[in-house]
Design a protein around this ligand. Sequence first.
Ligand code: GLU
Length: 457
Amino acid sequence: MQMHRTSVTDHVDLEGFMEGVARRNPGQSEFIQAVREVAEDIFDFIEDKVEYHEAQILRRIAEPDRVVSFRVCWEDDNGSIRVNRGYRVQNNNAIGPYKGGIRFHPSVNESILKFLAFEQTFKNALTGLPMGGGKGGANFNPKGKSVNEIMRFCQSFMTELYRHIGANVDVPAGDIGVGAREIGFMFGQYKRITNAWEGVLTGKGLEYGGSLIRPEATGYGAVYFLENMVKTRGRDLAGVTAVISGSGNVATHAAEKITQLGGKVVTLSDSEGFIHDPDGIGLEKIQWVKDHKTHRRGRISQYAEEFKGATFHGDRARPWAVPCDVAMPCATQNELNGEDARTLVKNGCFAVSEGANMPTDLEGVHVFKDAQLLYAPGKASNAGGVAVSGLEMSQNSERRSWKESELQQLLRDIMDGIHDRCLEYGRKSDDYVDYVKGANIAGFKKVADAMLAFGVV
Ligand code: GLU
């Protein structure tokens, strides 16, 4: 009997495909946005590749393997019972165990985690390491909670999550609101429930299987990627003025690396607004931000009280109107829109490297591409973090720890490799490099070819 095959022409139309995605995922705007950004490039690429159409590969990658949603119940310091919603989205494990962070933030919902898990699938493939894509989290707001409340929340979250993960199944890590402390609480609970020490989480403390340079990796990697991009135009980062958003792990390490390479960082931000320091946020000031934000959980506005010459711009203002040569959005999704992108272009910004996931909205992406800016999407430029997570998994499997110099070199090599793959698939006929296209196609191809090998599963 002849197997029914979908006709090649059935699914070659981008708008028809996107209509289906929108219909199947009502109200999930972030997820639909992330799929569109990828589909715009993939439809071009697979136009003459019958096998990808027949096997419905993009449709399959845009349908998570599973979405687990669960109740997280915990007791606050007043003895009141609190209820949050936890999730794990396992998007695709064609090339390795599901891998991706956990986000604790009040905005967390299914759409945001599905977009992040979808993006992670391409990002992880780009690193060249064997990792699939996943993401998890909860609509829990760590702000204002005591350490004991955070511990109880993490333990309760892991009491459900543990049954869905494992060193060869799904390996979560940190993301917004989840750092070394939360990973410690979750790892402790996993070990307690399973009675097994395994490399089930990354971003662990150095004492219990963590990797050197994991905290620095996302920010440093995003700057290495920026450096590679500007090199294609015969430039380097010495003397550039950089505008950075965010003030967490990614932003502060990006600022540190730009400064070490001779650039001047003039802004950082948080959800309340941004600080502008025309003298430059040098290494000592960056250290102050790290201590103030990470250890004391303070606000960025206090920077302007601490350092003369700096100003704070409140009302949730973002830093994109501050003139700069290069910009690095390192805060969160959709923090840079079409108008912001036009302002950056008008002010002479020539390169943008994303430290956050999908910080530029679709209109902004098109503005950057039309202006032929050097523009790296997060799935390429912020992959250094998950790459070092992949190296942490290898070290755990090998039961050894690599030296810092080895890891620094590996991070460099991985970022260079991602840049090369973007050039391979993103170079246009006029020599402009479309890094979005390059990243989307290179990531897609690897996952798609693995899926083809498995048949219909
Ligand atoms: N949350 C980070 C990301 O967006 C890191 C994920 C990981 O290390 O697994 O890539």
